[in-house]
Write a protein that binds this ligand. Structure first.
Ligand SMILES: [Zn+2]
Length: 324
């Protein structure tokens, strides 16, 4: 065992790879700004990104103890299958089998938000910070949370614990891709923010454009991002009320918009604290952390998942990831 693992974060439009040694130091990295593609070509696309990171580290595939992969979709980590990844167009895909055949190394796969929660939890433990309960709220193409309770990743019966993007927040709201009406995701995901801006008469192409306009003082954009921030603050509130976690970390592509993204969330949480002593107790100011854009929670989460290959408890789906 070399102690070296790879973490691979598969997004809708990129593949990010980190090669990390036993001390947690980054030995190599690579980002492919391209879609991973269909199931038939996915393993070779992922292998190409991995090989680029290995070359940067002057390492070979055989130097890796394991490879962790975070996937934006529904994952069966025991079978190693991706059950459904809507944004990738994958259904019932034996990703672990395909990657192990391609790479010849052990592979562990996990949902990306849950992997990120695990990675963030481990990072806090390494940093000596308190707290065994943590939620990670990812706001990007979709909205989902990963939850770590008592130091263990909480998946739930169907592996869907934390899927709050499809919590209904307004029964007369927009129709969501899932078929329901008024899901959180239909208000506050990146594509939803862009769509709402267009409906409001803005010429914004992406959520990033909307946040830039809000930061520049555009009134319509400000109203929109304030509404999104309120709804995300309620999502934080929901996670804390449901799981009683002591830390909620917010990340994902939409969160990279800086203070235009984070301030409306903090403002709404402050308002809740002011009107409710219960909210004041459950939502202390330090409970929410918005990650900086360079944090790479997905890739670090995949690294944490890779480390779990040393731990037989992983097959029960409730592992504590330990450094070997
Ligand atoms: Zn939905």
């Amino acid at each position: 065992m070399t102690g070296i693992v790879a973490g691979i974060d598969i997004g809708g439009t990129k593949i990010a790879v980190l090669i990390v040694d036993a001390d947690g130091h980054v030995r190599g990295r690579a980002t492919h700004a391209a879609s991973v593609g269909d199931q038939a070509g996915a393993a070779s696309a992922i292998a190409a990104a991995l090989d680029e990171a290995l070359a940067a580290a002057a390492l070979q595939r055989d130097d890796l103890d394991a490879i962790g992969v975070g996937v934006p979709g529904r994952v069966d980590p025991v079978a190693g299958h991706v059950t459904l990844a809507v944004n990738l167009g994958w259904t019932d895909f034996d990703l672990r089998g395909a990657l192990e055949a391609e790479l010849g190394r052990p592979v562990v796969i996990e949902n990306d938000a849950r992997a990120a929660a695990l990675g963030l939890h481990r990072r806090r433990a390494v940093d000596g910070l308190d707290g065994s309960d943590l939620a990670y709220l990812a706001v990007g193409t979709g909205i989902a949370a990963g939850v770590v309770l008592d130091g263990r990743l909480h998946r739930g019966t169907r592996g869907l614990a934390g899927e709050i993007g499809h919590a209904i927040v307004d029964p007369v709201g927009p129709i969501c891709a899932c078929g329901q009406t008024g899901c959180l995701e239909a208000f506050a995901s990146g594509p939803s923010i862009a769509r709402r801006a267009t409906t409001a008469g803005m010429e914004a192409g992406t959520a990033k454009d909307v946040y830039a306009a809000a930061a520049g003082g555009d009134h319509t954009a400000r109203e929109l991002v304030d509404d999104v921030g309120r709804r995300l603050a309620w999502a934080v509130h929901l996670l804390v009320m449901t799981y009683d976690v002591d830390h909620v970390v917010v990340g994902g592509g939409v969160s990279h918009a800086g203070s235009a993204f984070s301030e409306p969330i903090h403002r709404e949480l402050e308002r809740l604290r002011a009107v409710s002593s219960q909210a004041g107790e459950l939502l202390p100011a330090h409970i929410v952390e918005v990650l900086p854009p360079e944090a790479e929670p997905g890739a670090w989460g995949a690294v944490a998942v890779a480390s779990a290959v040393r731990d037989p408890d992983r097959l029960r789906g409730t592992e504590v990831v330990r450094h070997a």
